[in-house]
Design a protein around this ligand. Structure first.
Ligand code: NAD
Length: 713
C-alpha cells in the first residue's frame, strides 16, 4: 500500500473536542468520510459520550475534509460489514432520537447518499451555501436506505423530494434555504464559529425537533405518485432503484413514520440483493479504481500544468482546446493554417453560445472561456507551456515533423502528448530527445462532450508524467483509463471486432436496422451501423486497408466495399448504412444498399437467414469480450474493470450491464467459451476469430474471476 493510503487507513476517522458546552465531532476526511463500520462506530461512541456527559449541551457534527460525508462505503456495500452494528438507520438514529440535547449537522462540503441521510437524521442542519447535497442512490441501482425517502419529503415537500430522489442529482444547499431542510445557511467566513453561535442560541430545556415528527403535506399523494410511477416505468434509463424508491415515497406520504422507515429498509435490502442492481455499483467502483494506475512509483509527483498548447485546429484540436478552457486552463491553439485557426475559433464560439442558450454556461463563463483561448501559427510562442497536445493529421511523417519541432522549442519538463488513435507512441517518442516526457492523451469526438480519456503510457513514459496526465484528466472532469501502446488502444481495438461481427451479420441476412435495433433494445446507446455512419465510413475503410496490408489472408466482410464504391460515407454524404434526408429525425433505409446486398448474396450463393436478436447481441458483445481478454493478457489494459470503464464512459455501453467483461463474468466463462465455439460453426467470417482467448480458459480452469483480473486491492 502506498504510504499515503496506509496513513489514511490507520488515522482516527473522528476527532472529539469540547468547546465550552458544545461537543464537536469532526470527521477527519479519510476516504471522503464514507460511512465505513469504523466511522459509524466512532460516531456512535462520540455521540454516546456527548449524550452521557451532563456538561455537554449540544453536539456539532463537522468535517475536516473537502467532503462532509460521501455516503455509504461501497466497498462494504455487499458485505456483512455494511449492516453490522452500529448501523446508521438503527443504532445511530435511535441514539440521536433519545438525546435531549441537539445534534447539529454542520454541512461544509458534499453530503451525499448515506451522508445526507445522516444529516437528515440529526436535529438541526446548517450548511455553507455551496455545499453539495443529494441522494444519488438510484444512479447506483439502489434507493436511499437510511431514511432518505422518509425524511426528505417531510423537509422539502413530496414533489421536490421525488424529483431529487428519482433524478439522483446533487444540489447546492442554498437551493433549499427556504425549506425545513435547513435551519440556517451560514455566511461561511468562519464556519466553526458560526456553528458554535448557532448552537449556543438554541433554546434550552425543550426536546430538540426531528424531521420524523413532521407530516408529509400533499393534497393527493396517491394520484401524484401513480403518475410518477407510470412515467418511471416508461423511462428506458430507469435503474433497479427507481420503482422501489417510488413505493417508499408513497409509504412516506401514507403511513406513519415507523412503518415507512421499516418499509424503506426492506425495499433497500431487496434492491441491493437484486442482481440487476450490481452492475451499477460495479461500474462506479471500477471508475474510481481506474483513476489509479497500479505499479506507479508512489513517490512520483504530478508536474504542475498551468498552461496548455494544442497543435492542430481540426475536429479534435478545437474540442480539446475548448475542454481545457472550460476547466479554467489557458490554452494556445496552434495550426500552420490561419484559415484552420479562424474556422476553429468560430466553431468554438458556436459551441460556447450553444451552451449559453441551453443554460449550461453563463455569459460570464462564456467570456472567461473565450479569454482563455489564444491562437498562433508559430511554435516558438508555445515554449513556456507545461503540456502540449498534438492533434494533427494521422500520418507518422507529419507527427515526426511536429514532435521534432516541439522537442526544439518546448521548455525542459514540458509534457508532450499525442492524440493519435492508431500510431505507435513509442515510435513518436523517439522523434524527441526526451521520450520520458511523451505519452498519449486519446480524447474522443467531440472532445468537450465525451467523458472518456484514454491515457497511453509509452515504454519510456515517466511515472511523474503519467501522474500528471491522471491529474489533468481529473481537472477536465474526464473519466481517465490508462492503456498501453497498441493499434487502437483499448476502445477502438475492441470496437473493430464488434463492428466486424455486425458486418458479418448483415452479410448473413440481417439488415443494418435490425442489428442496430437489437443492440439498442439491449441497451447500447447507439447501434453499430448508426455509429459508423456518424463517425464516417472512411474511418472504417482506412482500418480495413491497413489490416489487409498487414495480413493479406485476413477475412473481412465485403459489404463495406460496396459502400466505399458508392461514396456512401455516412451522415456527412447523406447516405451510408442508412439514407439521411435533410431535417428528418430518423434515418431511412438505404434501399440501394438493400438491393446491392441482395445482388451480392446471390452472387456468393448465400441464402439469407433470419437471425434472432439474441444471436446478434451475443456475437457483437462476445467479440468485444474476446478482444478484451487479449488486451488484458497483453497488459494493454491493467484491469478488466478498466476495459468496462472504457465501454461505459466512451462507447454508450449500458450501465445496467456493467461493461463487456462484467457481462462475460455474469454469463460464466465456461458458457462464454461454449457460445464462442458454437459461433465458429455458423455464419460467415473467420472461424479462428471465435477461438476463445487462452486467458478465458485459464481463468475458468483456475476458478478465478475475470472482473477482478489485475485488481490489486
Ligand atoms: P483534422 O484533419 O480535422 O485536423 C488536423 C489539423 O491539423 C488541420 O487543421 C491541419 O491544418 C493541422 N495540421 C496539419 N499538419 C500540421 C502541422 N505540421 N502543424 C500544425 N498543424 C497541422 O484531424 P482530426 O480528426 O482532428 O484528428 C487529429 C488527430 O486526432 C489524429 O491523430 C486522429 O487520429 C486523432 N483522433 C481523431 C478522432 C476523430 O474522431 N476525428 C478521435 C480521436 C483521435
Amino acid at each position: 500500500m502506498p504510504e499515503d493510503a496506509v496513513r489514511a487507513a490507520t488515522a482516527e476517522p473522528l476527532r472529539i473536542a469540547r468547546i465550552g458546552a458544545v461537543c464537536v465531532l469532526t470527521m477527519t476526511g479519510a476516504n471522503m468520510n464514507a460511512l465505513s463500520r469504523r466511522l459509524r462506530a466512532a460516531l456512535y461512541n462520540g455521540l454516546a459520550q456527548a449524550a452521557d456527559d451532563p456538561a455537554v449541551r449540544a453536539v456539532l457534527l463537522t468535517s475536516d475534509g473537502p467532503a462532509w460525508c460521501a455516503g455509504a462505503d461501497l466497498k462494504e456495500m455487499d458485505s456483512p460489514a455494511s449492516e453490522a452494528d452500529p448501523s446508521l438507520q438503527g443504532a445511530i438514529f435511535s441514539l440521536i432520537g433519545e438525546m435531549d440535547k441537539p445534534v447539529i449537522a454542520v454541512i461544509t462540503g458534499a453530503a451525499l447518499g448515506g451522508g445526507f441521510e445522516m444529516a437528515l437524521g440529526c436535529h438541526h442542519r446548517i450548511a455553507l451555501p455551496d455545499a453539495r447535497i443529494g441522494l444519488p442512490e438510484v444512479t447506483l441501482g439502489l434507493l436511499p436506505g437510511a431514511g432518505g425517502t422518509q425524511h426528505l419529503p417531510r423537509a422539502i415537500g413530496l414533489e421536490a423530494a421525488t424529483n431529487a430522489i428519482l433524478s439522483g442529482k446533487t444540489f447546492r444547499a442554498d437551493t433549499f434555504a427556504q425549506t425545513a431542510l435547513f435551519d440556517a445557511i451560514l455566511p461561511g467566513e468562519d464556519p466553526l464559529a458560526e456553528a458554535l453561535a448557532f448552537a449556543e442560541a438554541l433554546p434550552q430545556g425543550t426536546r430538540p425537533p426531528l424531521l420524523r415528527d413532521r407530516a408529509v403535506e400533499h393534497p393527493n399523494p396517491e394520484a401524484y405518485l401513480k403518475a410518477v410511477r407510470t412515467a418511471v416505468q416508461g423511462n428506458p434509463r430507469r435503474t433497479s432503484g427507481h420503482l422501489p424508491a417510488v413505493d417508499c415515497l408513497l409509504a412516506a406520504a401514507t403511513q406513519p413514520y415507523e412503518q415507512g422507515i421499516a418499509f424503506e429498509y426492506a425495499a433497500f435490502r431487496a434492491t441491493r440483493a437484486d442482481k440487476a442492481s450490481q452492475p451499477y455499483r460495479y461500474g462506479f467502483l471500477a471508475e474510481r479504481r481506474a483513476a489509479q494506475a497500479p505499479g506507479m512509483n508512489a513517490a512520483a509527483k504530478p508536474r504542475s500544468i498551468a498552461k496548455v498548447a494544442v497543435i492542430g485546429a481540426g475536429v479534435m484540436g478545437r474540442g480539446i482546446a475548448l475542454t481545457c478552457a472550460q476547466s479554467g486552463l489557458p490554452v494556445t491553439l496552434m495550426d500552420l493554417s490561419p484559415d484552420a485557426l479562424s474556422q476553429a475559433m468560430s466553431s468554438i464560439a458556436g459551441a460556447v453560445m450553444d451552451g449559453v442558450k441551453r443554460g449550461r454556461t453563463t455569459t460570464q463563463e462564456a467570456t472567461t472561456i473565450h479569454s482563455l483561448i489564444a491562437t498562433t501559427t508559430d511554435y516558438a510562442s508555445l515554449a513556456d507551456c507545461d503540456l502540449v497536445i498534438e492533434a494533427v493529421v494521422e500520418t507518422m511523417a507529419v507527427k515526426k515533423a511536429v514532435f521534432e519541432s516541439l522537442d526544439r522549442v518546448m521548455k525542459p519538463g514540458a509534457i508532450l502528448a499525442t492524440n493519435t488513435s492508431t500510431l505507435d507512441i513509442d515510435k513518436i517518442a523517439t522523434f524527441t530527445g526526451r521520450p520520458e516526457d511523451v505519452l498519449g492523451l486519446h480524447f474522443f469526438n467531440p472532445a468537450n462532450v465525451m467523458r472518456l480519456l484514454e491515457i497511453i503510457r509509452g515504454k519510456a513514459t515517466d511515472d511523474g508524467v503519467l501522474a500528471s496526465a491522471l491529474a489533468f484528466g481529473k481537472r477536465l472532469r474526464k473519466v481517465s483509463v490508462v492503456a498501453g501502446v497498441c493499434d487502437g488502444f483499448i476502445g477502438n481495438r475492441m470496437v473493430e471486432q464488434y463492428l466486424r461481427q455486425a458486418q458479418f451479420l448483415v452479410e448473413e441476412g440481417a439488415s443494418p436496422a435490425q442489428v442496430d435495433q437489437a443492440l439498442e433494445r439491449w441497451g447500447m446507446a447507439m447501434g453499430p451501423f448508426r455509429m459508423m455512419d456518424l463517425a464516417g465510413n472512411d474511418v472504417n475503410d482506412a482500418i480495413r486497408e491497413r489490416r489487409r496490408a498487414e495480413n493479406p489472408g485476413i477475412i473481412l466482410a465485403d459489404i463495406p466495399d460496396i459502400l466505399k464504391d458508392n461514396g456512401w460515407l455516412g451522415q456527412k454524404s447523406g447516405a451510408g448504412w442508412y439514407r439521411y434526408s435533410p431535417g428528418a429525425r430518423r434515418p431511412d433505409e438505404n434501399t440501394d444498399l438493400t438491393a446491392a446486398l441482395a445482388r451480392w448474396r446471390a452472387e456468393k450463393g448465400i441464402a439469407p437467414r433470419r437471425i434472432g436478436d439474441e444471436e446478434i447481441v451475443d456475437r457483437c458483445v462476445l467479440a468485444l469480450v474476446n478482444e478484451g481478454a487479449a488486451i488484458l493478457d497483453e497488459g494493454v489494459a491493467l484491469r478488466a474493470s478498466d476495459i468496462d470503464v472504457v465501454y461505459l464512459a466512451g462507447y454508450g455501453f449500458p450501465a445496467a450491464k456493467g461493461g463487456p467483461m462484467f457481462v462475460a463474468e455474469s454469463l460464466g466463462l465456461r458458457s462464454v467459451m461454449r457460445r464462442m465455439r458454437a459461433f465458429a460453426a455458423v455464419g460467415r467470417g473467420d472461424p479462428a476469430f471465435w477461438t476463445p482467448h487462452p486467458l478465458l480458459a485459464r481463468l475458468s480452469t483456475e476458478l478465478k474471476s475475470l472482473t477482478d483480473h489485475g485488481v490489486s486491492e
